[in-house]
Design a protein around this ligand. Sequence first.
Ligand SMILES: Cc1ncc(COP(=O)(O)O)c(C=O)c1O
Length: 356
Amino acid sequence: MKNGLTTEWLDGVPRLGWVDRPTRVTSLPALARRLGLSYLGVKRDDECGPLMGGSKPRKLDYLLATPPWRDAPAWVSMGAIGSGHLVALAGAAERLSRSLHAHLFWEPLSAGVLDNLAFTAAHSARLSYHRSRAWLALSAPRLLVATEWAGAAVVPPGATCAPAMAGLVRAGLELADQVRAGELPEPERVYVPLGSGGTAAGLSWGFGLGGLRTVVHAVAVVERPLSPLPWLHSLQERLARWLASRGLTDVRLYRPVPVVIDRSQVGPGYGVATRASESACALLSREGLGLEPVYTGKAFAALQADAAGRDRAERALFWLTARRGPLRRPVGWRDKLPGPLTRRLDRALRGLHVVE
Ligand SMILES: Cc1ncc(COP(=O)(O)O)c(C=O)c1O
């Protein structure tokens, strides 16, 4: 590990203060031995602050303390019906007395997807339904490109934008502090899911600034055209510019650590669980850790596949980005769904009695 900065470096940047202490790192020595690794740790962002935890509160901690989101009475955003981002944002809207207009698109059902949909439906002021991701992009492009829509501040997909990524820079610096304090060995690789890219891009800067030599192993859960490498580089550059514009100009003396995009676990596509992701969820649930199969299950499946092959990292850290579960489904949540979504849900549930 090189000399680097600590989390204090970011202290001058306003945030809500919702993430008020480092999340712990749990070591899994028995599983490490089984996988043939010298070290396997889990960064417990499931225990992160408010909003049921997960890494999303880290993004919102900075984003919602920054104009225009800080001052807007209403926010509008998009996500899949089981989006963890919308759950966190709906929880934040309730906590900060804002109204949220959530634009939803379909994804395959599971118990976790229904839990998230129920929460988002119950805590959003308004819901709009689009039959697919592509349809949403065509019918509501402002959600992807604008900062304001009909009086509401637009929160980009996955909340990925420079101020939100600052929360992940802090997370990377936090890990560097923990390595320096001897809580874990410096990992060769950190495994994270790659959706909208903000988590991987933010961590890559946090590790670089903190002096870690760790590679960010970003496991794509979305299809290749939605997660190209140049996009990730542009996120890293935007983040550096934003930090410099906040007076943190010494960011230019540092570099982010490398990010490797692993596309081996996408399977049939976004939102679709694979056998490997289901089995990773089952394996870690025996260790008392709650994964879900759409993001974190795929990231851990990549770690397992690497450990079994020649391309292994001896010291691996798995970043548990998912929220704590399970959520209780609020009474009457289905009454809030738009008609077309209710009908699609009814059709899908006829084949899935187990999850309701
Ligand atoms: C559990 C979980 N992990 C990881 C991610 C991906 O993060 P990002 O969109 O910053 O790539 C998400 C995004 O919604 C998520 O819900």
